[in-house]
Design a protein around this ligand. Structure first.
Ligand SMILES: [Zn+2]
Ligand SMILES: [Zn+2]
Length: 325
């Protein structure tokens, strides 16, 4: 610890070593290939669809399942969720969920991996990911999922799912834009699909996701007293399929739902609800009334106490009216 900000000691964070981050830089440059290949309607449809499909798996799987355990599922579907979330190329499932748990444990305190308040916009948005300080998976805080060997394998070989997706997108482009296999490497075939449908979509997905670590801890409204800078932001809730209700989420993390009221659209929650109707997931957790309608945990506890007392009084009244036989 070497300096102070807003009355708090902040930790020294090492700057990214650019030569170690070549793949991340190249990933950002590859979409420029579109200027060489052009892009078809199919490529743009892939780009937008793969942004939102993979955003669902980041929020519904990485975040609401692996980091917060807000619902339950089977072992095979758990693997499917992890595989699909990893097609985002945002490192491994255990790495992602463990660091997110650490974020909540220390939200906007010096130990927070990505506090915008303490470490600034660029560090919270991207610097902590490409910097040398948070490269390793913290297995100690994700033991509940690190006990599954298939997840440990996936976490180690985290580039397998995005590689599989990139190949699939290129094949689809070759067949739909071009003349089949012979168009795999053709500019107006597999390559335009790869640059636009996969690489551009992946870069947009990076920054869509990263907004929750950076600007949703600065811009928006605070309904609840959470002791941190988390905000509710309607625009980010569109880009991130519901994650923009971030102050709600910091207030009550164990709920599957992050839009607490009907007008707070939460597409991830709606999709998870449908998955629960068809039996793929279960035990979705809702937001209790006393949490929704309070402003602080002290007030929520007080409301809960009053509700329990009222219930007890009703039970007593019922009991007193029962015949004695
Ligand atoms: Zn969270
Ligand atoms: Zn946060």
């Amino acid at each position: 610890m070497n300096s102070q900000s807003a009355g708090q000691h902040i930790q020294k964070r090492n700057k990214p070593i650019l030569k170690d981050e070549i793949s991340f830089i190249v990933m950002h440059l590859l979409p420029i290939g579109i200027f060489w290949t052009g892009a078809t309607t199919f490529d743009w449809v892939m780009c937008i669809s793969l942004y939102f499909v993979r955003m669902f798996f980041i929020t519904g799987a990485y975040h609401r399942y692996f980091a917060h355990k807000t619902y339950k599922t089977s072992r095979w579907f758990q693997f499917f969720l992890a595989f699909m979330a990893q097609t985002s190329a945002q490192k491994g499932v255990l790495w992602w969920a463990a660091h997110h748990r650490e974020h909540h444990r220390y939200s906007d305190k010096p130990e927070d991996p990505h506090s915008m308040k303490l470490y600034g916009f660029w560090y919270s948005h991207i610097g902590w990911i490409i910097g040398p300080d948070y490269k390793e998976t913290k297995f100690g805080i994700i033991q509940d999922y690190a006990k599954y060997p298939e997840l440990v394998w996936l976490n180690k070989y985290y580039l397998v799912p995005p590689f599989v997706l990139a190949i699939a997108v290129t094949i689809a482009g070759a067949f739909i834009n071009g003349n089949g296999w012979e168009s795999f490497f053709a500019a107006q075939g597999g390559m335009s699909a790869l640059f636009c449908g996969f690489f551009l979509s992946t870069v947009l997905l990076y920054h869509g996701t990263f907004t929750i670590n950076s600007i949703s801890h600065k811009f928006g409204t605070q309904r609840y007293e959470t002791g941190d800078e988390s905000r509710n932001n309607w625009f980010l809730a569109i880009l991130t399929l519901g994650e923009g209700w971030h102050n709600n989420h910091h207030y009550y993390q164990s709920s599957t739902r992050q839009g607490f009221f009907w007008w707070e659209y939460d597409i991830t929650y709606y999709i998870l609800k449908v998955l629960s109707w068809i039996g793929l997931i279960w035990d979705i957790k809702e937001v209790p009334h006393h949490i929704k309608t309070s402003r602080s945990l002290a007030e929520a506890r007080e409301k809960q106490k009053r509700i329990e007392e009222a219930k007890k009084a009703i039970d007593m009244e019922k009991y007193s009216k029962q015949p004695l036989v």
